[in-house]
Write a protein that binds this ligand. Structure first.
Ligand code: SAM
Ligand code: SF4
Length: 295
């Protein structure tokens, strides 16, 4: 469906929990977030109803996210029900990957075909420092399980000045032999890192400066794509800071308690809980139409 500015809004990011098994320093407080009361979180049935309504409103792609989507009880069922919603052509997931060795085969059977795995560093020490509690071996096992089970696997790496910055070249060179897309995402000053010093927020041009042999090879959604000469994989640059992609924005978000956010960076929210059928469709369409031109 088109929003008020003629953009085709076909992509829903559906957050199924705000809990997580990691505590990434830029995302979560050290003690984690307070667990919501059971009744304050969308049920599996409500998530299915939202996916079906989204399909009726022109949403063709749903990304399951969080928090960490794999810690949500019933995630395989949620995946199957969203994938079965008429009109929804693709269900994908962004995950830290830690639980994929156990869940990937079931998720595949449930209809999941594409995953993005978050991995900001190749160093075991820095992985522990950034995630506060994680072991890099678990993330790597998750990545292998993903490559064994899913058609498309992308790696998301958030760039942090003075932290993983010296690893840029080494990370890019993974794509020489591995058939993956490594996507560098500019750190946005929201949540836990809202008041971090300026030098931690790097522009993606740092990747092209560190690896000048990268050649442009097109775009994919909001990512600009590059590849090393004769590489099997590619590198994507997602630059919410240095190049506003609001004019290309095609997404809406829904929080674990059922509030629709037309834009990540605005405070506006539309309550979806308690609405069903045509009324729920009208609420979703209201959210799509409320997308601002830019943030
Ligand atoms: N737990 C899952 C994961 O880490 O992939 C899914 C949720 S996580 C919030 C989704 C993505 O947002 C991750 O790739 C994470 O690195 C990224 N992210 C979190 N905080 C961010 C920030 N302030 N700026 C840019 N990306 C951020
Ligand atoms: Fe958890 Fe993902 Fe946030 Fe890291 S980025 S704390 S894995 S939700």
């Amino acid at each position: 469906m088109k929003d008020g500015y003629g953009r085709d809004i076909y992509y829903l990011r559906l957050s199924v929990t705000d809990l997580c098994n990691l505590r990434c320093v830029y995302c979560m407080p050290a003690g984690g977030v307070e667990k919501r009361r059971h009744e304050d979180v969308l049920t599996v049935e409500e998530l299915e109803e939202i996916a079906r309504s989204a399909g009726r409103c022109g949403i063709r792609k749903i990304r399951l996210t969080g928090g960490e989507p794999l810690v949500r009880r019933g995630i395989v069922d949620i995946c199957a029900r969203t994938a079965a919603a008429p009109g929804v052509e693709e269900v994908c997931m962004t995950t830290n990957g830690l639980l994929l060795p156990k869940l990937a085969p079931e998720l595949r059977k449930a209809g999941l075909r594409r995953v993005n795995i978050s991995l900001d560093t190749l160093s075991p020490e820095l992985y522990r420092e950034l995630t506060r509690v994680g072991n890099i071996e678990d993330a790597v096992s998750g990545l292998k399980a993903a490559l064994d089970n899913f058609e498309t696997v992308k790696i998301n790496a958030v760039l942090i000045g003075g932290t993983n910055e010296p690893e840029i070249r080494q990370m890019v060179y993974i794509t020489k032999d591995a058939p993956v897309e490594l996507r560098f995402i500019e750190l946005m000053p929201i949540g836990e890192c809202a008041h971090w010093p300026r030098e931690r927020f790097l522009e993606n041009s740092a990747v092209l400066e560190a690896v000048p042999e990268l050649e442009p090879c097109g775009t994919s959604g909001v990512a600009r794509l590059f590849s090393l000469p004769n590489a099997r994989g590619r590198v994507g640059l997602i630059s919410p800071l240095s190049s506003h992609f609001c004019p290309e924005c095609n997404r809406i978000r829904i929080t674990p308690d059922g509030r629709l956010k037309p834009c990540l960076h605005s405070a506006q929210e539309i309550e979806l809980r308690g609405f069903h059928g045509a009324e729920l469709d009208a609420k979703l369409m209201e959210g799509i139409c409320a997308k601002p031109m830019r943030h």
